[in-house]
Ligand binder design. Structure first.
Ligand SMILES: [Zn+2]
Length: 633
């Protein structure tokens, strides 16, 4: 018997080259899909997959079914569930000597993956060629870049069931050595570089030896016109990035755009609107007009004139709440940009959009914002801070997973472990992020994944995910998160997420690091363990957020503390006393029950003592205040 370890990529370099969340999703989905293709190829030739577990994995079943029926994804597009990238780009399998020798099983799996990828690229290329007349030079660039793209590594190593631990370790060591000898692609990439990845030449179709920027620009203006809004002005992409951008539509049949950062940012507000509307439609009338319908109509009018006439896919939970109500259905499909004032003010500078239409849309947005706030106030609920410009994105990673696997003494134990880890995305992360909260999982394979949430839901999502992971897998997980402005370039945000995760991993794991990336350029980090001898940090922060929202406590207390910081430096006892004094002084005792004030003060003091310094403590307080204000000061 043999172990096989198989991995495809590039991962980090590929997925982080994303301008939109859809790019990020598209690249993760492609890798997950191709990984399924490789695993299906192994199974068909008599191999067995040990990790991940393929039980109840809709994406794998989909890929398998396509193979059985000899169909392509565009002939039989995936369902919502099958559109979830829930499988990692790496797998471990068990192979018999026969399959290894007679059919070169992993070489065959690699061939299958390369063929599928080439086929996807061919399909997208045909779509483009159907719309633009192109010459041989474009074809040459396209083929060169697509052929040189995929990096696939695999090894085969003996499996001795008498000593499972050791032979698995040997397989992993061998794989490590194989990866260390990277296959460098020698093809030089001449001239300017793609504006998304910065690695490869942008596509063009000028046959001259030296290609000027003007020619590249001319080609991309043509592309933009032919392929609609899918490329932004100034975007000049290589074949790989073009494929990434167009795949969701042409390969996987996506009808609407993946939710954008702005849609995520305004999600809490949209939820408030929908809930209030559901409770009492009449409060959203002005005369006989429906305020929501009216706003959507005017926003759509502007978006049509601006050439951005497309819908986004609503967040799963929002979609359910919208139900069969037409006004809410339309609102949920409107990209978040149209609920943010700045979008309209920017458009005022553009000639092709009628400024009267913009003013109309802005007015009806204002009316919607003030109306929902009035309704909330009337019903004694926490007020709305309007559509937020900030959203959150986080990456979660199981702690010490390598050590855990190394402890599996038998194949059965290894498979059991695979099952508990592989089940987490579909039974843990997705139901929490998308079912209970306002969020969307972008990728989640086993113990590692990335998801976005509205800032109002960030804290509960983190706590529930890490608890559920621990319950299922019996291991802790760490999280790196960023709260970012919806206009912040996505690659910077993704860098921030990775940096935050590394920070907490370096500090001994079992905790979180949340980076608060303000539009002004200010950047601060809130770092803590999940728990300190019984004190759960996230629920404590959430209690603070809720007390702010209900108006029970004024945020002034921690501004005060921050001002006094210098005098309190190194004076732990003084600072400890001051925290209690300031919180109590800013609490409204008519609203907040005294026992809750006491618990909050005790919790904050313990947290401060455990963190051991005021700066880290204030950074966490900053995050709670920022979230409570819906992304304001
Ligand atoms: Zn590129």
């Amino acid at each position: 018997m043999f172990f096989g370890v198989f991995q495809l990529g590039p991962v980090q370099r590929f997925i982080s080259c994303s301008r939109k969340l859809q790019d990020l999703w598209s690249s993760s989905y492609l890798l997950s899909f191709l990984s399924c293709e490789a695993m299906a190829a192994v199974l068909r030739r008599g191999g067995e997959i040990i990790y991940p577990s393929l039980e109840d994995q809709p994406l794998f079943s989909y890929v398998w079914r396509l193979g059985e029926e000899g169909k392509k994804p565009w002939e039989c597009p995936p369902s919502d569930q099958e559109l979830m990238p829930t499988l990692p780009n790496r797998f471990v399998c068990k192979l018999t000597s026969e399959t290894v020798i007679s059919c070169g099983i992993l070489a065959e799996a690699e061939k299958t993956v390369r063929n599928t990828f080439a086929e996807f690229a061919r399909k997208v290329k045909q779509e483009i060629e159907g719309k633009i007349k192109l010459c041989w030079i474009w074809e040459e660039i396209w083929n060169r870049q697509i052929e040189g793209f995929l990096e696939i590594y695999w090894v085969i190593s003996p499996l001795n069931s008498e000593n499972y631990v050791k032979s698995y370790q040997q397989a992993e060591n061998l794989f490590g050595a194989r990866k260390a000898v990277r296959d460098f692609n020698q093809t030089g990439e001449p001239g300017y570089k793609c504006t998304l990845c910065g690695l490869r030449q942008p596509l063009h179709h000028s046959p001259s030896a030296v290609v000027g920027r003007g020619e590249v620009r001319k080609f991309w203006n043509e592309m933009r016109r032919a392929m609609g809004y899918r490329f932004r002005e100034g975007e000049h992409l290589c074949a790989v990035c073009t494929l990434k951008r167009l795949m969701p539509q042409y390969i996987f049949g996506l009808k609407a755009e993946f939710p954008s950062t702005s849609s995520m940012a305004v999600a809490d507000f949209v939820w408030d609107v929908m809930e209030r509307y559901r409770a009492d439609e009449t409060s959203f009338k002005k005369g006989d007009r429906d305020i929501i319908e009216d706003f959507v109509k005017k926003a759509r009018n502007v978006r049509r004139q601006a050439g951005l006439d497309f819908d986004v896919k609503p967040l799963p939970r929002t979609e359910r709440l919208a139900g069969g109500t037409p006004a809410l259905g339309k609102l949920s499909k409107l990209d978040g940009d149209w609920l943010i004032n700045d979008t309209y003010t920017t458009l005022l500078r553009r000639e092709e959009v009628d400024s009267a239409a913009i003013t109309e849309a802005m007015k009806s947005l204002d009316l919607l914002v003030s109306r929902v706030d009035e309704v909330l106030k009337r019903q004694g609920l926490p007020r709305s801070s309007g559509p937020s410009k900030y959203y959150a994105i986080f990456q979660m990673d199981g702690d010490d997973m390598g050590d855990r696997i190394a402890k599996c003494r038998t194949e059965d134990e290894h498979r059991e472990f695979s099952r508990s880890v592989s089940g987490f995305p579909l039974e843990g992360a997705i139901p929490i992020v998308e079912g209970k909260h306002l969020g969307k999982v972008i990728y989640f394979g086993g113990d590692e994944g990335i998801a976005m949430v509205s800032i109002g839901h960030l804290l509960p999502v983190l706590e529930e995910c890490r608890e559920e992971f621990q319950r299922r897998v019996g291991a802790t997980a760490s999280v790196g998160a960023v709260i970012a402005h919806h206009k912040q370039p996505l690659f910077q945000v993704l860098d921030g997420v990775r940096g935050a995760l590394n920070t907490i991993k370096m500090r001994g794991k079992k905790g979180f690091c949340i980076a608060l990336m303000k539009r002004s350029g200010d950047l601060s980090y809130g770092i803590a363990k999940w728990e300190y001898s019984g004190l759960k940090v996230i629920p404590l922060l959430q209690e603070l957020v809720e007390s702010y929202r209900k108006g029970w406590i004024s945020r002034r207390w921690y501004h005060r503390l921050a001002m006094e910081r210098l005098g309190l430096e190194g004076e732990l006892d003084l600072a400890w006393a001051e925290i209690g004094r300031l919180v109590r002084r800013s609490a409204d005792e008519r609203g907040m029950p005294p026992s809750r004030i006491k618990d909050l003060v005790d919790g904050l003091r313990t947290l401060f003592v455990k963190l051991g310094d005021l700066t880290s403590f204030i950074a966490l307080m900053d995050i709670a205040a920022f979230i409570a204000a819906g992304g304001g000061a």
